[in-house]
Ligand binder design. Structure first.
Ligand SMILES: NC(=O)c1ccc[n+]([C@@H]2O[C@H](COP(=O)([O-])OP(=O)(O)OC[C@H]3O[C@@H](n4cnc5c(N)ncnc54)[C@H](OP(=O)(O)O)[C@@H]3O)[C@@H](O)[C@H]2O)c1
Length: 275
């Protein structure tokens, strides 16, 4: 099959394309770097000619509320219209476990809008909800930092290696459309504060992680299970500790944050009035 991977140069896309090729498919990495822009439409119709499947693992360059909404709405509309014209038979999109529980955040409202457009279109689809990637743990620390302290709640998180995400997305892309949403996650649960503490220790990052029940995760007040998948989730094999010990993970700044990602995460208590 010809499978076009939108965002094929990104973290997941660059792992997914070779996996699809290993299975004998013609996998095309498409993104602005290779002349395909889903926001402007540049190069899109040409890239989709003869494609059976389109996998969307793109991400917005800015996570500022209005910019991220514009990105996912415009990009998804353009993609679905080009897919209909090219008679693509399967649209696969990567989204986030708990998206519908985190609509306080502009990023998750934009992911929700993406999913709503996909479900309303005529193209058979599979939506994959993944938990946070191991590669994102440093990003969580960065947007939760105040001075030298990282404030995070101890809500549960079940992170997954990007390599395991790419394998699961590949399996689903090579199969029949599910016309529903499936969840994928990692093999273990952590407290969010503990996960980041372990990551920073391994990277010899001096920041101190403070367990703070009032701290927000990317602007969202988490309950214990907001970030964790349900019972039927497909689980990756790679453990966080194993991943941390791999040489390639020793420079996590290699995967920088988009602009607009900095968020003040601490919910300040209202100061008591002096009587
Ligand atoms: N981070 C997490 O923990 C997590 C968890 C669950 C799900 N997800 C989802 O996973 C998806 C992929 O994330 P990622 O970290 O792999 O992304 P990433 O590494 O930031 O890569 C983003 C990709 O999007 C492409 N892109 C940007 N603007 C584009 C445009 N106008 N047209 C076409 N392509 C464009 C980029 O292309 P260029 O390189 O050419 O600019 C790049 O290939 C996201 O949708 C995210 O919501 C993430």
């Amino acid at each position: 099959m010809r499978i076009v991977v939108i965002g094929g140069s990104g973290l997941i896309g660059s792992k997914l394309v070779p996996k699809l090729r290993e299975h004998g498919h013609e996998a095309i990495a498409a993104s602005p770097n290779s002349g395909v822009n889903t926001v402007t439409g540049e190069g899109l119709n040409e890239a989709l000619k003869g494609a059976s499947v389109v996998v969307d693992v793109s991400n917005a360059p800015s996570w500022e509320d209005a910019a991220v909404m514009k990105f996912f709405e415009t990009s998804t509309r353009n993609l679905l219209a080009s897919e209909a014209a090219a008679r693509v038979g399967h649209h696969v999109a990567l989204s986030v476990v708990g998206t519908d529980r985190m609509l306080e955040s502009g990023y998750f409202r934009a992911k929700m809008a993406q999913e709503t457009l996909i479900k309303a279109s005529s193209i058979p689809y599979s939506i994959i909800h993944a938990t946070q990637f191991f590669e994102f743990v440093k990003g969580i620390a960065d947007f939760s930092t105040d001075g030298n302290k990282v404030h995070l709640p101890s809500a549960l998180i079940q992170p997954i290696a990007a390599d395991d995400v790419a394998s699961a997305v590949g399996q689903i892309a090579m199969g029949s459309p599910l016309n529903s949403t499936v969840e994928i996650g990692g093999p273990e649960q952590f407290g969010l504060d503990e996960l980041v503490r372990q990551g920073l220790a391994a990277w010899k990052d001096p920041r101190e992680v403070v367990a703070d029940p009032n701290a927000r995760y990317y602007g969202v007040k988490l309950s214990e299970k907001t970030l964790v998948p349900g019972d039927g989730a497909r689980l990756g094999q790679t453990r966080f500790e194993t991943w941390l010990s791999q040489p390639a993970t020793q420079s996590p700044s290699a995967h920088p944050q988009p602009t607009g990602a900095a968020v003040v995460t601490q919910e300040k208590e209202t100061p008591k009035k002096a009587s």
